[in-house]
Design a protein around this ligand. Structure first.
Ligand code: SAH
Ligand code: SF4
Ligand code: F3S
Length: 440
């Protein structure tokens, strides 16, 4: 039996896709290996969101060339967003790559691998308006048997001016809700206790049933949360323009929908938000934050932000810092703007903030957010949380770790706690990233 090895970069959706890819190739008779050394095919599932994500993949592809010299039968393929963006250009530039496959073409991988096996090269980067892989049961790769991703939609057509995703992932389409509920129920039956529903903008999830009756995201959440109160439900990502009170009401009605909302803001300046084509203002965003706090007082809020977008002035940057001070995020993913070929910004706006200045602004945001996260965490001391135990702490076998509903990591002495169960933990001490506690 020939073996494949999948290496995944990028967002959670790519990790979910790799599990679909493993399932498709397993079904075609390939073994799915956990080791590069015994693989006949190495599949690299890639990200194109920023230039450094692509550089990392190119570096890896070149590193694999040495292994291919030692083992001439070994074939390397590039999948995912970078494959979609660069298409066969990638095989010309990196000549040890034998196949490229875009995010909507994974069902054709068995045929592509067969071509490659006969010594050819293969490329399939066709995007689809309907593919959701709804009928494919993912092979859970390297999971902990406790939490799993479920992809509920694909694509994005928001066309934020800086973003490559609409070009690499195609039109937005939602997956049949029944297949989502069934997948979550099956996972629960196998002992899983947490599912994360994934989409680039889950709030615009909408399935048109055969009867013409639509299912929206709040309705889908309601159905998944009703499977069992012991199954935690998370979701990502929420676009602020579509975060509805209806969703917050559904969350409030189910204790097992986790109290954590990822609400990427990108900038605290209305002028930048307009140039970014985000379709909301700071006032709108703060109103959504206020609504979250009203409906779910214990909800954590996290974000994404971009430093140094085209034409960003010091005043715009200061407004971002101001917004961070106002919202006091529990966590933030912070990035320097990276110009992406083909996007509206790359065609119509100048990438005019120097690399050094982008770094300076980014570091300022990182330092501020670090202080805020630590201050937020200090307020946690003495609180008791229900924690889903996930496993041993990386630092010590004597300690376990898990997350609370707010998605904060708690580390505590193992006692008689067992992975995959819920335990109550009191917070004794904190860092900016972790809560340290004791079983109660
Ligand atoms: N769909 C999600 C984001 C997906 S991409 C949303 O709209 O919120 C994840 C994050 O990468 C984005 O939120 C943004 O902060 C960042 N990002 C996207 N394109 C970027 C670029 N060209 N340069 C730097 N960061 C970028
Ligand atoms: Fe990119 Fe905007 Fe779509 Fe998010 S919503 S994936 S940032 S285009
Ligand atoms: Fe990257 Fe594609 Fe996800 S560009 S962030 S892997 S959708």
């Amino acid at each position: 039996m020939e073996k494949i090895y999948i290496e995944t970069y990028g967002c959670q959706m790519n990790f979910a896709d790799s599990e679909v890819i493993a399932s498709i190739l397993h079904g075609a008779g390939y073994g799915v290996s956990g080791s590069v050394e015994e693989a006949d095919f190495i599949l690299i599932n890639t990200c194109a969101i920023r230039d450094n994500a692509e550089q990392r993949v190119r570096h890896r592809v070149r590193e694999l060339r040495a292994m291919q010299t030692r083992r001439p039968g070994l074939r390397v393929g590039v999948l995912g967003c970078m494959a979609e963006r660069l298409q066969s250009r990638l095989m010309a530039e990196e000549d040890n790559v034998s196949f490229v496959c875009g995010p909507d073409a994974y069902r054709r991988l068995p045929a592509m691998l067969a071509d490659v096996r006969r010594g050819g090269k293969a490329a399939d980067v066709e995007l689809s308006t309907t593919e959701t892989y709804a009928d494919i049961e993912p092979v859970r790769l390297a999971g902990n048997g406790i939490s799993a991703y479920i992809s509920i939609m694909r694509g994005c057509q928001n066309y934020c001016s800086y973003c490559v995703v609409p070009y690499t992932r195609g039109r937005e389409r939602s997956r049949d809700p029944q297949t989502i509920v069934d997948e979550a129920r099956t996972l629960f039956g196998r002992g899983y206790r947490e599912v994360t529903l994934l989409g680039q903008n889950v709030n615009s999830y909408c399935w048109q049933g055969a009867d013409g009756v639509p299912t929206t995201f709040p309705e889908l959440m309601d159905r998944v949360a009703a499977i069992d109160p012991r199954l935690r439900v998370r979701f990502a990502t929420s676009h602020p323009k579509d975060l509805s009170d209806k969703l917050l009401e559904v969350m409030a009605a189910h204790d097992n929908i986790c109290r954590c909302i990822h609400l990427p803001v990108q900038s605290g300046s209305d002028r930048m938000l307009k140039l970014m084509n985000r379709k909301y203002t700071v006032e709108w965003y703060l109103d959504r934050v206020a609504s979250i706090r009203r409906h779910l007082p214990d909800c954590s809020i996290t974000t994404d932000v971009i430093a140094g977008f085209c034409g960003e002035t010091l005043e715009d940057h200061e407004l971002t810092l101001e917004l961070f001070r106002t919202v006091r995020y529990d966590y933030a993913f912070m990035f320097k703007y990276s110009q992406r070929e083909g996007t509206y910004a790359s065609r119509h706006m100048a990438d005019d903030i120097s690399e050094a200045e982008k770094t300076r602004r980014l570091n300022e945001i990182i330092a501020l957010q670090g202080r805020i996260a630590l201050e937020n965490n200090r307020e946690e001391v003495g609180r008791v949380y229900e924690v889903l135990v996930e496993g041993e702490s990386h630092r010590s076998k004597e300690r376990l770790f898990g997350r609370n509903s707010q998605n904060k990591v708690l580390v505590f002495d193992r006692g008689d706690a067992v992975a995959g169960t819920y335990r109550r933990v009191r917070v004794d001490d904190v860092t900016a990233a972790t809560l340290l506690g004791t079983l109660v």
